[in-house]
Design a protein around this ligand. Sequence first.
Ligand code: GLN
Length: 608
Amino acid sequence: MHNTVSRIIHQLYDKYRGCSDGKLADYIPELTRANPDWFGISVATADGHFYSIGDAEQAFTIQSISKAFTFGMVLDDLGVNTVEKRIGVEPSGEAFNSISLDPISGRPYNPMINAGAIAATGLVRGDDLDDRFEKIRHCFSRYAGRDLDVDEEVYRSESETGFRNRAIANLLRNFEMLDDPVDEAVEVYFKQCSILVTCRDLSLMAASLANSGVNPVTGERVLKPDNVERVLSVMSTCGMYDYSGEWIFTVGLPAKSGVGGGVVGVLPGQLGVAVFSPLLDAKGNSVRGVQTFTELSRLFNLHLFNSPAVAGQAIRRVYKLSEVGSHRQRVKAHHEAIRQYGHSVTIVEMQGDFFFSAMEHFVRVQSAHTAETVTFVLDLRRVNLTDSATENVLLAVIKELNADNRQLIVIDPANILEHARYDTEIYDVLFFDDIDIALEHCEEILIQAHVEAPMIKGLVPFHEFEIFNDMTSQELSLIEGLLGMEGFPAGCKMIEQGSDPESIYLLTKGSVSIIYNSSNNSDDQLHQRIAAFGPGVSFGELAVVDCSKRTADVWADEDVTCYTLSLDNLRMLESSSSAIHAKIIRNILIINIDRLRRTNQELGSLKS
Ligand code: GLN
């Protein structure tokens, strides 16, 4: 797919394509067979989308890039404590093949130079060379999302000439940083370096690190999140050998290079990037790799330490139940109670990621509103991510609120929070998927607490409906004769969107939901609950007045009983008792003006 991003990357590719600086690695003779013109760039997003350009499908040996992944593998298998006994995490500032061991302990400085990498490979357990290597190959294949092969020629070539690495391994053995058999460990290391990858593979491997250790294409976890953090740390400080300082200064990404010509970089949470070009500089890093990364980072502002302050936008809005209520239409007295007492419910709508600073913003709002608030509603519908540390802070918030006789309601339809930790038996915290249902719940509690005759239990008599306000008793008895009565079982669709109206409904028992369907024919219809009505409320009157089609479905949420006033009877009233008809129309107007005012007020407060 070509889009603006791929075109920008392409321009970068064109810019460095002609550069022939650097030389092929020749200390492994087989590597001199590489074509110096090869040049590929691949960017994989943390959600698995690729931008691949040039020789992105050309296979080459992974070489030192393997070090990062083997280090991660032994961290996952053995734990950080065991691994740290044998491999440090200090940059050596020396070349990749330097004999950098701590002078006293003999521990290699870090896992990104050969000494530390051979020690890491030595920690991969297995029955023999093949078994140990197979584990590594399998692990890398899971990162790449495909079965990776080995370049046997390159492996043999390095094995025939790798005396320096053998010397390093023997030194490690001397300091007990490597177990016997030493030769086997070195062979596994050579073979691991000879695994064949493409630029595209490497970008996906890097994207798996960017995606907290989950391969974004296969969905498989390839590394524990804590170890992703550790691997990226050493890549940041040591990944480019004695160029690591300059690299993090200018490019600002955890990265790893290999003498095969590959370089990978990771922008946590966003991208994995790989560049392949086999001409190397004096430090053993790909010349075009360094150039491309430097410019790419500048073009897209990828430097890790150039992070914008996101927390300022973490709070989308704060409002009170008195300003914005649920979609439920209620009798007037109930609406008034909500308006009067709704300031005790404070709704905080969050957006973006819910990490420490977003949480800290929430806590600030919460303290500012604590005095008048009984229930806080934390609306996480627009939040995608949180972490366990932030969840723990939220638990502390819940405890403090509860100790103060206050409650938290969380709207978390995507299960961002791990609910198990917020035991609703112990803590006064409620979870809802739907903000409207949660607001309704808060409203019911206010109504119960503040309205004299709280919930209407039996049938609401017809003359109590607002639509029949201001009628004389004669008029009422005339109306009574015209009303029908209909029952609907729970779950039944009472009115169909698009149908012709027949009656006005006066809900005397039960509750209904008004569902709006955004499209009538396609499979991906959007069903939105735009209103709900309880006893004492009339509905369906608008379509009756102007004889237009029904604009939404109406569903019975529970067993429902309604009085009905048919369109025919309404027309009959118009001609025979125009005074009654005029009153009804006027009442309908008043009811709807009331609704409109509430809606306007809500819109006003939401936009402020
Ligand atoms: N196999 C190579 C070696 O050990 C890897 C070195 C590298 O890529 N920098 O020499």
